[in-house]
Design a protein around this ligand. Structure first.
Ligand code: UD1
Ligand code: CA
Length: 454
């Protein structure tokens, strides 16, 4: 079986955070989740995460199909990447292929892991290290190669000789091992080094000395192995991930007017010929159809937008907008709303937990909460569906082809049938039958010459 061991027990002190480093997000998703997804995507079906003091926080965020192993952290316990891997040995079978990853490298792609795995298999290697050549290798473990290209050892910066420090090829910390060899050689490592740590890198030299074939595969895109140790690196990874996502959508036929200010989460889908203006955020599992126009400063979260929808400066949460509808500017569509086709919801219209039928229009200053509106309804300016009495919420409904005048209050629960006309300024508390006109306000009285007498 292909198994991965993801190391995530380090403290991440440079983040200066009360939250585990691997739970910090880039493009709205925890960095550890990217690592797990890439591992699974490259067909490593069993994923083990080594956690430390962050155990409870991390476990709470992840699904049942991850195996967690606890590494004790503190002065009385050993430390180091080798000790971390040891926590997972009882999960490794001799015939397994073991991939080691870090939980804080969110940019590692499944394609990179697959290429790395192919290199390991095609060259019949016993262990393979994912490496990179850096202009400034300071701080990383250096890859020491033999004349034949095989790797003889990895030396940490703090243990390296002056000559070894000149080497530009570095250890990413990502490896593939044959299960039996990893288990066997882990028993032989010790902490006799500058940092008093158990180094997993020592396994490489042990295997080499025992005559096994150890190779190195140079990563194609060095960004893949970038780690997050600080808020600055978090923002750098965010920006690289954002560019990857935006470039993908542009390659699929989406226009981004200004990719620098367009924020799209990694699981979002967008149809071709949709145009996205500056300052837009599209989040979660949102799906957007073709030929949509999403104007500046809109935010769309976990929603489904059909084809040819126009959205301007609006917020849409957990809702569906069907084709040819126009939303905004400055509309707020709150969760569990279903907006039909050819609907118009204009300036300062708020909709919550409601269904709006095809062709219905509400252009200005309206609140529609917990209600079901049919088709071809005109909702005038300033209408309020009064859904809350201070204790409970109630639903109302309005039938097709009705006209709701300006500044009407509909005090839920009421049923307004089809083809009705509700006079402006009415406060509706009773049901209205098909075809009726409802007026619910006092009649106007004009008093002659009143101002001059006063
Ligand atoms: C390690 C490698 C180094 C490599 C570098 C790449 C060793 C000895 N060195 O360096 O060759 O160039 O990564 O970034 O392996 N972790 C645990 N438990 C521990 C210690 C670490 O889970 O006891 C985890 C950390 O959470 C982190 C990862 O292992 O995700 C790497 O730890 P870190 O301290 O950053 O590695 P280095 O020693 O700097
Ligand atoms: Ca490090």
């Amino acid at each position: 079986m292909n198994i991965s061991i993801i190391l995530a027990a380090g403290e991440g002190t440079r983040m200066k955070s009360k939250y585990s480093k691997v739970l910090h997000k880039i493009c709205n998703k925890p960095i550890l989740e990217y690592v797990i997804e890439s591992s699974k995507g490259a067909k490593f079906e069993k994923n083990i995460v080594v956690v430390g003091d962050n155990e409870d926080q991390v476990k709470a965020k992840f699904k049942k199909d991850i195996i967690f192993k606890k590494q004790n952290i503190g002065e009385n316990f050993p430390y180091g990447t080798g000790y971390a891997v040891m926590q997972a040995v009882d999960e490794i079978a001799d015939e397994d292929t073991v991939l080691i990853l870090y939980g804080d490298t969110p940019l590692i792609r499944k394609e990179t892991i697959s290429d790395f795995m192919n290199y390991h298999n095609e060259n019949n290697l016993d262990a393979t290290v994912l490496t990179s050549i850096l202009e400034n290798p300071f701080g990383y473990g250096r890859i020491i190669r033999e004349d034949d290209g095989s790797i003889s050892k990895i030396v940490e910066e703090k243990d390296a000789t002056e000559k070894e420090r000149q080497v530009g090829e570095i250890n990413s910390g990502i490896y593939i091992f044959k299960g039996s060899l990893l288990k066997k050689s882990l028993k032989e490592i010790n902490s006799n080094n500058a940092q008093n740590e158990y180094y997993v890198t020592d396994v490489i030299e042990i295997l080499k000395n025992e005559g096994y074939k150890v190779g190195g595969y140079i990563v194609e895109d060095a960004n893949d192995i970038l780690g997050v140790n600080s808020r600055l690196q978090l923002s750098e990874c965010e920006s690289i991930m954002k560019n990857r996502i935006n470039n993908y959508h542009m390659s699929q036929g989406v226009t981004l007017i200004d990719p620098n200010t367009t924020y799209i989460d990694s699981d979002v889908e967008i149809g071709r010929d949709t145009i996205i203006y500056p300052g837009v955020s599209i989040e979660g599992c949102t799906k957007i159809g073709e030929d949509c126009i999403i104007r500046n400063n809109s935010r769309i979260i976990d929603s489904k937008i059909s084809d040819n929808v126009y959205i301007d400066s609006s917020v849409i949460e957990e809702s569906t907008i069907n084709k040819n509808s126009k939303i905004g500017p400055y509309a707020h569509i709150r969760p569990n709303s279903n907006i039909g086709e050819d609907v118009k919801l204009g300036n300062f219209v708020e909709v919550k937990n409601s269904n709006i039928g095809n062709n219905t229009k509400s252009s200005h200053l309206t609140y529609i909460g917990d209600s079901d509106l049919g088709e071809n309804i005109n909702v005038g300016c300033g209408v309020v569906f009064v859904n809350y009495d201070g204790k409970n919420k109630f639903r109302s409904s309005v039938g097709d082809n009705s006209f709701i005048g300006c500044n009407v209050n509909i005090v839920s629960p009421v049923k307004i049938a089809t083809d009705t006309f509700i006079a402006a300024g009415s406060t509706i508390t009773d049901d209205v039958e098909d075809g009726e006109l409802a007026i619910a306000r006092s009649r106007q009285i004009n008093k002659k010459n009143w101002t001059s007498k006063k």
